[in-house]
Design a protein around this ligand. Structure first.
Ligand code: GLN
Length: 200
């Protein structure tokens, strides 16, 4: 098997931070994704945090929304962090969905102004043996998860990380902490899919 290539959608948001975390992993290559051609060349994609409405507008302006949704529906592993999770959701409270591929309902800016940004720790046994530091910035939470969705982490009773097959979503920003368990976990998802012939 060739070395899998993981892309970071580079329309807007925390792109450099994800690339930096990925760079410390072995046996993958990484790149930015801005065009359809770049999208075709990756085995997995990270949708970073930022502003979901701005990213959705840019995806539409660059003609990337439909091709991206098609690749995800075709089995390409994808991981949405914060705004990226909002892009993936089938339902967004009070607004229309964007990619609409993952069976979750999310509430934007769910923690309200008094908790706009905070750090906490949570146990995530599927991802790491030790509790992980989680960084929330104007974060969404998951209000409903479909039957095929496995909730990986909860904070204050709310689901903040979930997986549905080849799709991973986190409310928080693992690219802003120094360790890389989430990036390693996603890289394993990409390797597994590439082994199964996941490249389109
Ligand atoms: N509040 C942003 C949104 O709704 C997400 C914030 C983030 O990605 N850190 O898109």
């Amino acid at each position: 098997m060739s070395v899998p290539r993981i892309g970071v959608l580079a329309m807007q948001g925390a792109v450099a931070e994800h690339l930096a975390r990925l760079a410390s992993l072995e046996d993958i290559t990484v790149c930015r994704v801005r065009t359809r051609r770049e999208l075709e060349g990756v085995d997995g994609l990270i949708l970073p945090g930022g502003e979901s409405t701005a990213m959705a507008k840019l995806l539409c302006d660059f003609g990337m929304m439909a091709p991206l949704a098609a690749r995800i529906r075709g089995g390409m592993p994808v991981w949405g962090t914060c705004a990226g999770m909002i892009l993936l959701a089938k339902e967004i409270v009070g607004e229309p969905a964007h990619l609409g591929v993952m069976d979750i309902r999310v509430r934007r800016n769910a923690y309200g102004t008094q908790m706009d940004s905070f750090r906490t720790h949570a146990a995530v046994p599927q991802v790491a043996a030790e509790p992980l530091e989680l960084v929330f910035i104007r974060a969404p939470w998951i209000e409903r998860a479909g039957a095929d969705v496995q909730v990986l982490a909860r904070v204050q009773g709310h689901a903040v990380a979930a997986r549905q097959g080849h799709m991973l979503a986190t409310s928080f920003h693992p690219e802003l902490t120094h360790d890389t368990p989430w990036h390693a976990y996603f890289a394993r998802m990409v390797r597994d899919a590439a082994t199964d012939g996941g490249r389109a």
